[in-house]
Design a protein around this ligand. Sequence first.
Ligand SMILES: *Cc1c(COP(=O)(O)O)cnc(C)c1O
Length: 356
Amino acid sequence: MLDIKYELTTSPKEKPTDESKLGFGKIFTDHMFIMDYTTGKGWHDARIVPYGNLELSPASMCLHYGQEVFEGLKAYRTKDGKIQLFRPDENFKRLNVSNQRLVIPHLDEQDALDALLALLKVEKDWVPHTENASLYIRPFIISVDPYIGVRPADHYMFIIILSPSGPYYSTGLSPVNIYVEKNYVRAVKGGMGYTKTAGNYAASLIAQDEAHQQNYSQVLWLDGVEKKYIEEVGAMNIFFVVNGEILTPELVGSILPGITRKSAIEILRDKGYKVTERRITIEEIAKASDEGKLDEVFGTGTAAVISPVGHLKWGEKVMLINDNKIGKISQMLYDTMTGMQYGDIEDKYHWIVEVK
Ligand SMILES: *Cc1c(COP(=O)(O)O)cnc(C)c1O
């Protein structure tokens, strides 16, 4: 059992009164969890302390070489006031996969979950009450040795911060427009594409920026070698419904293995849909669209759960999908997953962990 020291704030912040104005990731709760790592000693000094600035040496290794990993999940409030998490064990399992790739020490997954549960117990009043709002959870690890040479560090910090956030789309579930990125690539096989690390996002910002300038909300990445095979969208995995069959790119090493992706596949198969994970070319999707066989396209990720795609632009070609309306499968997945998360439907897969 993790031994956690508590130093609670004597000046708690005012909680937001208008939850419709929360936005995403802008305000933070009163406390955070911190634990240190030292080579030879392991993880130590688990503590819950007032939320505030960190004191770091400007030579801290993470600031120079990006040795950082993170996770993203949410805490949901049910109608009867319970606080719930959705498959948090999967997040800490994935954090260790990222750790392994970035030569960051392994973190005991049960300890990490215990730390989160302890922090949430302290901060449970910060979990929003509004429908579809939630408390966004950001666990992360940084290397902090004050050293400017390139090598894996000997000192790390594991930190969890919490941010009450509004519904991802203020207008509710509605189709987004995305375009296929032709110049930049996000990741390649053998790189870090399958991990949640800062560098992958740094590599993607320029494409995101150009997409916004053209009034597209995100980009769809192709593989980094042939720019032929579909990989994923910004912070979402992608699914296509072609002629009734559900297709999603297989996890080839450059794609982030989303927990929402995995859950969607499990729900769809359980409901009797045919789901195929394989390499998918953008050409075959354009062809399906031309032939009227592209029924639905949607993204999956913790932030928005399901994002139906209304327009998909590839070069000069703009594919209109399902008349820019939410598809049947997208809606079903959205209702099923948010239903479990907010406690409105039975947790038949045992994915929910209650914060007690
Ligand atoms: C986090 C993330 C996803 C979605 O993963 P979930 O576990 O479903 O939230 C997809 N792509 C990238 C690049 C991500 O960082």
